[in-house]
Unconditional design. Structure first.
Length: 447
């Protein structure tokens, strides 16, 4: 038991360090934009919501391939990994085209969600820059998923840490200007992200070409013609997984677009709460990645008892970490808000939101692990249905009513707090349903 728990913890810890380095991109941009101007921070709240909705949804399509490669690894079929990875490039190409199309034309989304006109120009300029950084970001995610499936996330983490050392000074320089470069404001943060994404992809390609670790997997060979049978198999796993992530993310990020009409203080406070939650989310996400890699490894080795054991250990670690983070948010809410802003109104509202964010995080941690393990058993459609019903129906729909029109005996709150209250309740219900579904699935399949 100790050996398996230690393996999951080490894998998750390595992934976490890398994920936090990437999350530091967002934290850095949030702090820099907030120091540049309150308007830039509010625009970042909207721009980040759109980009994250696109990027994370498409990332979910590629991340869903982790069980495929982990099973091949666990079954001792390493030679088949290379061809499978090359076929996944076709799926990645489709994802890149779709994502860029949305980011280059966000006007309809901004109008639909009634983002104030004075904010749209800066948001659109920011998203155009990020559109050209989407391809390297998704391809690097494919590289990351491969390493996680093979139980070797260290190289990815080192690259992510190194990229942060480049991102931080570039964001400051491009945003505020200096050394002959004019200040670009929020768009400067986008240019810094674009430069770093291409640099990371270049390093990943070099490692795949010359790294000793990858030679046995026969990755660096001529790209075969599309195998539509394999691609359809990927799509059956990836598309429902990506759509589920889309529902989850949009139920969360659309809050920023709806909250924007409440003014810059509300939008800025929401951005602070959302950013802190995103940082905390990296812990259960890392544990879910590590746990699902081990579950799929044992399923590939046809040892369902050890797969169940790995799942149970993952849950124990996830619950422990989630409770610690929730307590930290509650006790340090004012200090955390003060890191992002020196506006007393923004700090007070953000601290209030963190009271609910702590509960949201507990539910988020549990449902994340459930969904990742369910993918190991190829269960993807049911989570999508649950997400649509709970997060879009109860969470986002109920939030909008409570915030702007009133819900039952409660009058309209006209506050971002309404969105967090309803979304936390919906996510808790989703976590409960996922837990029941996972237990039934494992029992039915002898896991």
């Amino acid at each position: 038991m100790a050996g398996e728990r230690s393996l999951i913890a080490r894998h998750a810890g390595t992934v976490l360090v890398g994920q936090l380095a990437v999350m530091a991109f967002g934290v850095t941009d949030t702090i820099i934009a907030g120091r540049y101007s309150e308007h830039a921070l509010a625009a970042l709240s909207v721009g980040a919501a759109v980009f994250v909705s696109v990027y994370v949804s498409l990332m979910g399509v590629l991340q869903a391939l982790l069980p495929v490669w982990a099973e091949l690894h666990g079954g001792g079929r390493g030679a088949e990994v290379g061809r499978s990875v090359r076929q996944s490039l076709y799926l990645a190409g489709i994802a890149i085209v779709l994502g860029m199309a949305v980011l280059l034309s966000p006007g309809a989304v901004l109008r639909l969600t009634q983002v104030p006109p004075e904010m749209r120009g800066e948001v659109e300029a920011y998203l155009v820059v990020l559109a050209f950084g989407l391809a390297p970001a998704l391809l690097f995610r494919l590289f990351s998923t491969l390493n996680q499936s093979l139980g070797k996330p260290q190289l990815v983490t080192w690259l992510q840490l190194a990229s942060l050392l480049v991102k931080l000074p570039l964001s400051i320089w491009f945003t505020f200007g200096g050394a002959g470069l004019p200040a670009m404001g929020l768009v400067g943060c986008g240019w810094a992200t674009l430069c770093v994404n291409w640099a990371m992809l270049g390093c990943a390609i070099w490692l795949l070409r010359y790294g000793d670790f990858y030679r046995n997997y026969r990755l660096w060979q001529r790209l075969e013609a599309p195998d539509w049978g394999t691609i359809r198999q990927f799509a059956r796993m990836g598309v429902p997984g990506g759509l589920a992530v889309l529902v989850e993310v949009t139920s969360f990020t659309l809050m920023a677009l709806f909250i924007a009409r409440l003014g810059t203080v509300a939008a800025a406070a929401h951005q602070i709460a959302a950013n802190l939650l995103a940082v905390a989310y990296m812990v259960p996400l890392s544990l879910a990645i590590a746990t699902s890699a081990r579950v799929s490894f044992w399923l590939g080795a046809r040892d369902t008892a050890k797969a169940r054991h790995a799942c149970r250990l993952g849950f124990e670690l996830t619950v422990l970490c989630a409770v610690l983070f929730a307590v930290g948010m509650l006790t340090l809410r004012f200090q955390l808000a003060n890191v992002y802003s020196d506006n007393p109104a923004v700090i007070a509202l953000a601290a209030t939101l963190l009271l609910v964010v702590a509960t949201y995080h507990l539910a988020d941690a549990l449902q994340t692990l459930c969904v990742f393990v369910l993918r190991c058993y190829r269960v993807t459609l049911a989570p999508l249905v649950i997400y649509c019903t709970m997060l879009w129906g109860i969470g986002l729909g109920g939030s909008y009513l409570l915030a702007y029109r009133g819900l039952g005996p409660w009058p309209a709150m006209q506050s971002p707090l309404a969105f967090w209250i309803m979304s936390a309740g919906a996510l808790a219900l989703a976590a409960l349903l996922f837990g029941v579904l996972l237990r039934w699935t494992m029992a039915r399949r002898g896991g």
